[in-house]
Design a protein around this ligand. Structure first.
Ligand code: ADP
Ligand code: MG
Length: 969
């Protein structure tokens, strides 16, 4: 025998202290064992046999003395050394077999090899050999409970031998067997003892004497008898060499397989455990699903709201919130002073209100602000939503077409060149407006100059279709909310679409303006309306295809000014024959599609009419800059190229000269109208002086005296020239030509004060910049309006804050004023949303805690249940780490199952859950749904939580004393 093992038990004592009662299990026991003998330890129950065996096998620790293995003291042994010692040197056989019930007998035998890290194939082979040796070659795939007691004990012996240990320790191996089977086992052990040390505990003296080569009797923890004592000659023995016993360790895969097998044999229990664990996960998953549904709903509402109400910053803006604030302040002031008595107090509320109104109106420097918005480094950029920032420009143009009768139609008022735009009418309108309405007066003056009103610079029915990001012609905001019912979207500057409202309607006026219905019908209809007659137009529907056939022609504003023989430019937009001449060079617009809002559209920024692309706006910007009228105006910045007047007359003389020049530029009928209007004024002055005071009031600021003089002066002139009797009567009989001549004569000799008065009354003043914008000159840097889209209220608030920061830094004139309508509407909503979110987060947190506690308890129970298995593993040399690893693997698997189960059950529960949700909320907009990422995260979370929950129990399992664990039944 090559084994030269000598085991020396030196003065070993061991006591057990249980609740104050000290039991001396071993009392200074000394015993030397030879390398191959069959030692039987005899003794009555409780004499310390098992304790001695466990100490020899490294399962239990001695209190004092020493266990010397091949001359090496084990006093300094660490856990690792003991583990390795058990694994490589010791094979255990127990009375109660201690097989792992959920493993096949082959796996049970393999276990010891598994722990020492032998490869799978080798493991199989060795385990099979060992089983064949004990006569169980035919049963390797049976489970322990399918074997008889003797067979199970033979499996245990095979397991003890498979690692080819130096020592086999058997604790009453035949204790539970009948005598026949006992004999078979004893034969087997005697065989085993041929080439190794076998120490067998028994209380059967006959068997001991028959089979063992040496019998040691134990009583009350001391050796009473030894049939073959062995004195070790310490000097003769070769010096102790610490043999490297090799590592005893188990791979994680083995731990997993072990746990997986265990769980597989207890399917129902595993399912219930996982289900219990999954309840927490289900709770979290359900709350997450609902929260996800609600959040999606809220986010959708927010985005829709922000799409419908982008932050809009206009060149001319008024701050509604500031107005409301000042209104509230006034009301508060009012309330404070309401108790005053015994005197008269002025009520200043209306003047404050008025001042609040005017002070909240501001002009925004959008050029500077656009520079800020376009700067990628600006704070505001992070908050801008998917729809981005939209800049609009005051593109100025006219659109013409021919109605079914062939008449030229202007999209900005149906007929071209009707009497409504004549200068005389404007003047009449001006007189009619002499009730102190200053703004009406100004716009009338402007209209006189251009034939168009200031506010209406492109046909009202025409709207630019918001462009998308990058090269997208149409923004997602539009395509999300509108659908094409015929044709396609407009893709370039020559293409437009007809925009219908939700009822497929377009205002009747717009249809006339686009020439789709005869203009004469419109004129007739309007005449009836003006005459006070009830009008109920019955007009049939128009086919999509027919409407799309209507050709439209666009003239940029700059092209509507034509240079006359006198070198001056003239507006010809209301001159049908001039327009007809220009039509050849006009930009053709083709209606390529018909669109309408989708059902339930969230935002409908396009009004019914015609939608054109931003490409057209860009084209118009280029066109204006290159046009002759703009070139001419740019060449002379001091004078208005339309009438030759000076932009900023320096003194009264210059004004008088301009007044003369202006009158000279008027036509005969216009001059006659001027004359008539003045005579009418003169009459009014004579017949009711008080009434005429109002007429002069609005011009009185500069030259009050002069203006009252003027009508009288003309009347006087009439008298001087010998017109018969009453001046007004004489005028009524005069021809236009005569009136015009009379007016010229008056102007020629009129005093400067009269002319200055006339200047301020009828001569349209404008500036160089005004003229350029009238001609449609635009700068891409100077939008007329900016819309900023956000995707959520939070982002919107971020934008508002960024603008506040911008304003704090900006120069006084660059500060931005705007009304945050959504902010005004939604303040309380945002608070509610935040509360909901926090409540949901709290729910999730509570579920998480409950879930982890539950999982911890379950793992703990599992540890208690598997105590025996822990003992077996430890006896076979598994380290503490291996044991906790096995339990971690098990909790991991349970966590995985619990997670998958939880997510699965949640997915099923969501179906009826949504039905309930829809019913309860009265809307199907809120849809509980578990996002895939959340599902994966929850499964991982379940694993992590279970692992954490099982950490304490698994550490407890690892710490368990293997000897105690094995004693547990
Ligand atoms: P035997 O195997 O000879 O029947 P044991 O070695 O199992 O005896 O036990 C020896 C004595 O030690 C007994 O009195 C027993 O009660 C006591 N004992 C053994 N293990 C423990 C323990 N873990 N805690 C307390 N007492 C113990
Ligand atoms: Mg015992």
């Amino acid at each position: 025998m090559g084994r030269r093992l000598v085991l020396q038990i030196k003065e070993i004592s061991k006591q057990y202290d249980t609740g104050g009662f000290v039991q001396q299990a071993l009392d200074h026991v000394s015993l030397n064992l030879r390398d191959s003998e069959f030692v039987a330890i005899l003794g009555p129950s409780g004499s310390g046999k098992t304790t001695l065996l466990n100490i020899v096998g490294g399962l239990d620790r001695y209190d004092s003395g020493d266990l010397v293995i091949n001359g090496t003291s084990t006093k300094q042994y660490k856990d690792r050394d003991w583990d390795s010692y058990r694994n490589h040197t010791i094979g255990f056989v127990f009375q109660s077999y201690n097989l792992i019930g959920h493993q096949t007998i082959l796996s049970n035998v393999e276990l010891a090899l598994t722990i020492s890290g032998v490869s799978r194939a080798q493991r199989r082979e060795k385990a099979r050999e060992a089983l064949v040796k004990v006569g169980l070659g035919d049963h390797i795939n049976k489970k322990p409970n399918q074997l008889s007691g003797g067979q199970m004990q033979r499996v245990a012996i095979a397991r003890a031998l498979v690692n080819d240990p130096d020592i086999v320790l058997a604790d009453e191996p035949t204790g539970a067997l009948d005598s026949d089977t006992s004999v078979q086992i004893m034969d087997l052990l005697r065989d085993v003892a041929k080439d190794r040390l076998v120490v067998m505990v028994t209380h059967n003296p006959e068997l001991a004497r028959e089979y063992a080569t040496r019998v040691v009797s134990l009583r009350d923890g001391t050796i009473r008898d030894d049939t073959d004592p062995y004195e070790v000659d310490e000097t003769a023995h070769a010096p102790a060499v610490h043999r490297n016993l090799g590592r005893a360790s188990m791979s994680f895969a083995t731990s997993l397989a072990l746990s997986f097998n265990n769980l597989r044999t207890k399917k129902a229990r595993t399912f219930l455990t996982s289900f219990a664990g999954s309840i927490g996960i289900i709770g979290i998953a359900l709350i997450m699903s609902v929260s996800n549904g609600v959040n999606t709903y809220i986010a959708n509402i927010q985005r829709d709201t922000m799409t419908a109400y982008p932050l809009t910053i206009d060149q001319q803006a008024w701050d509604l919130s500031k107005m409301i604030e000042s209104g509230q302040r006034n009301a508060e002031d009012q309330a404070k002073t309401s108790n005053k008595r015994h005197a008269i107090y002025p009520d200043t509320s209306s003047i404050k209100r008025a001042s609040g109104l005017t002070s909240s109106i501001a002009t925004n420097n959008l050029t500077a602000f656009k520079r800020y918005l376009d700067n990628p480094k600006s704070e505001v950029r992070q908050y801008i939503g998917k729809a981005g920032v939209q800049y609009s420009y005051d593109a100025r143009f006219s659109v013409f077409s021919h109605d079914p009768t062939g008449a030229l139609v202007n999209a900005d008022g149906v007929s071209v060149g009707d009497s409504g735009t004549s200068v005389a009418n404007k003047i009449a309108g001006m007189n009619g407006a002499q009730t102190g309405d200053f703004s009406a007066m100004q716009s009338t003056q402007m209209a006189t100059l251009t034939g168009k009103s200031q506010g209406n610079t492109s046909p009202e029915a025409f709207h630019e279709i918001m462009a998308g990001k990058g090269s997208e012609t149409v923004s997602k905001v539009i395509t999300d909310n509108y659908r094409v019912v015929h044709g396609t979207w407009a893709k370039n500057r020559n293409q437009v679409v007809l925009v219908l409202d939700g009822n497929n309607a377009i205002p009747l006026t717009t249809l006339y303006e686009l020439g789709m219905l005869p203009a004469s019908d419109y004129t007739a209809m309007m005449a009836e309306v003006n005459a006070g007659k009830a009008v109920d137009p019955k007009i049939g529907k128009i086919d999509y295809a027919k409407a799309m056939d209507q050709p439209l022609k666009l003239l940029p504003a700059s092209h509507e000014y034509v240079k006359g023989d006198d070198g001056r430019f003239r507006y010809v937009g209301d001159d049908a024959s001039e327009i007809s001449k220009l039509m050849d060079d006009a930009v053709p617009l083709q209606i390529v599609g018909v669109i309408k809002p989708v059902d339930g559209a969230k935002a409908t920024p396009l009004q019914a009419g015609v939608g054109y692309t931003a490409a057209l706006t860009n084209y118009l910007i280029d066109q204006a800059n290159d046009s002759p009228v703009v070139t001419a105006q740019k060449a002379d910045e001091a004078h208005n190229i339309l009438n030759g007047l000076t932009f900023n007359p320096a003194d009264d003389a210059a004004k008088a000269a301009d007044a003369k020049a202006y009158v000279a530029s008027l036509g005969v009928s216009q001059k006659a109208d001027m004359a008539k209007s003045q005579m009418a004024q003169a009459d009014a002055n004579q017949n009711g002086g008080a009434a005429s005071q109002g007429a002069t009031g609005q011009q009185g600021a500069t030259t009050p005296g002069a203006s009252t003089m003027e009508p009288g002066a003309l009347a006087q002139q009439n008298a001087e020239q010998g017109a018969a009797g009453n001046g007004a009567a004489a005028l009524g009989e005069m021809s236009e030509q005569q009136l015009a001549e009379r007016y010229d004569a008056y102007i020629a000799t009129a005093p400067q004060a009269d002319l200055v008065g006339l200047y301020s009354k009828i001569v349209p003043t404008s500036s160089y910049q005004d003229n350029l914008s009238t001609f449609g000159v635009l700068s891409r840097d100077a939008p007329s309006s900016i819309k900023i889209y956000a995707d959520s209220f939070e982002a919107k608030n971020g934008i508002s804050d960024s603008i506040d920061h911008y304003n704090a830094k900006a120069a006084k004139d660059d500060k931005i004023t705007y009304t945050d309508y959504v902010g005004l509407m939604m303040n309380s909503v945002t608070t509610i949303i935040n509360v909901i979110t926090y409540v949901l987060i709290a729910f999730v947190g509570v579920s998480l805690v409950v879930s982890s506690i539950m999982i911890g308890i379950i793992t703990y129970i599992s540890v208690l249940e598997r105590t025996k298995e822990i003992g077996i593993l430890r006896a076979m040399g598994a380290s503490k780490r291996n044991v906790s690893q096995v339990f971690n693997a098990e909790t991991g698997i349970i966590g995985l199952l619990a997670g998958i189960l939880g997510v699965g059950i949640t997915l099923i529960l969501i179906v009826p859950g949504n039905a309930i949700l829809h019913h309860a909320m009265g809307t199907d907009q809120v849809n509980a749904a578990l996002p895939l990422s959340a599902g994966v995260i929850l499964v991982v979370l379940s694993i992590v939580l279970t692992l954490i929950g099982g950490l304490i129990p698994s550490r407890k399992a690892a710490k368990q004393d293997p000897a105690t664990a094995l004693r547990t039944e």
